[in-house]
Design a protein around this ligand. Structure first.
Ligand SMILES: NC(=O)C1=CN([C@@H]2O[C@H](COP(=O)(O)OP(=O)(O)OC[C@H]3O[C@@H](n4cnc5c(N)ncnc54)[C@H](OP(=O)(O)O)[C@@H]3O)[C@@H](O)[C@H]2O)C=CC1
Ligand SMILES: O=C(O)[C@@H]1CCC=N1
Length: 270
């Protein structure tokens, strides 16, 4: 990604409403990849002051027709935030909020080209993944602009149907938290088996990161990568007999986890 890819946004401006964990993570990657800080207006009462030192306009009147307005506040804040904004057909509204639907935004901004994206926090290091879906008014240009922004922070998939974004939220939007919890659980188990705290955490973190990197770089299916670790009647087989138990193992637990997160995303949309 280069400054050239951001040229429309750099000349017309980007407004970011909500610069917390997700908005802040994306902005960090965009600025590192060619977004001109002086083209950015951040609206957030608690935006980090350091952004102003980089040239970002903090809590100032936004440009009248920015190329894009990115909404990254909590879904519960939308009722307060939307009435403060004016978005016409020249601006792409790009929302990363869970739950809030295209129809909900269209009621507030009937002429707007609206795109929903569901990213995740590895966006902060350019290793996120986002899914995109636009409303009827979102033309190829609007979707391309959204894709430029989201592909600057990681991989992008396009959805066919807005309903699919709830499952994306339950899998990859929330998913980093599941993986961080796996690191916590592995480190705890390592401590329980007698390893020192720092060594336990180092082993857990590097194992999850290394296995993740191998799964990305190698086209081998994950099941085959798992089998390559598993010697007949060895240690991994003993561990997997517990982890892959059809009733009490990871599969049913992850299925329930993703179901709960997906259902919550659907609820937020009501
Ligand atoms: N965190 C994640 O992993 C992901 C989050 N999302 C979505 O991103 C959105 C933001 O989540 P997240 O970043 O975690 O939340 P945060 O609370 O970290 O960020 C939201 C930011 O918006 C600020 N804010 C509150 N009210 C306003 C307002 N009226 N105008 C402008 N800014 C305001 C908050 O300030 P203050 O803290 O002072 O209230 C905060 O800095 C949510 O809709 C969520 O569904 C999507 C994918 C992943
Ligand atoms: O927990 C949440 O609601 C948000 C959406 C996906 C990740 N965080």
């Amino acid at each position: 990604m280069t400054g050239k890819d951001f040229s429309t946004i750099n000349s017309r401006g980007l407004v970011l409403v909500g610069c917390g964990r997700m908005g802040g993570a994306m902005l960090k990657s965009w600025l590192a990849r060619g977004l001109d800080a002086t083209a950015v207006t951040v609206i957030d009462p608690h935006a980090p002051a350091a952004l102003a030192d980089q040239g970002v306009r903090l809590n100032q009147t936004p440009p009248a027709r920015p190329a894009v307005l990115v909404l990254a506040v909590k879904p519960q804040m939308m009722g307060d935030v939307l009435p403060t904004l004016e978005i016409g057909p020249d601006t792409v509204l790009l929302s990363v909020a869970a739950g809030v639907t295209l129809a909900g935004y269209a009621r507030a901004f009937p002429d707007a080209r609206i795109v929903r994206a569901m990213p995740n926090t590895p966006a902060a290091i350019g290793r996120g993944i986002s899914a995109l879906i636009g409303n009827d008014r979102a033309d190829a240009e609007a979707l391309a602009l959204a894709e430029t922004l989201m592909s600057a922070v990681g991989e992008v998939v396009r959805l066919q149907d807005e309903g699919q974004i709830d499952a994306v939220t339950g899998v990859s939007g929330s998913g980093p938290a599941y993986v961080f919890h796996l690191i916590e659980a592995l480190a705890e188990a390592a401590r329980a088996e007698g390893l020192a705290d720092d060594v336990a955490l180092q082993l857990a973190r590097a194992t999850v990161a290394g296995a993740g990197a191998l799964a990305m770089e190698d086209d081998t299916p994950p099941a085959a990568l798992r089998e390559a670790v598993t010697s007949p009647n060895g240690t991994t087989a003993a561990g997997l007999a517990v982890l892959m138990d059809p009733q009490t193992g990871l599969r049913p637990l992850i299925a329930r986890t993703v179901r709960a997160a997906t259902e919550r995303s659907r609820e937020l949309g009501k």
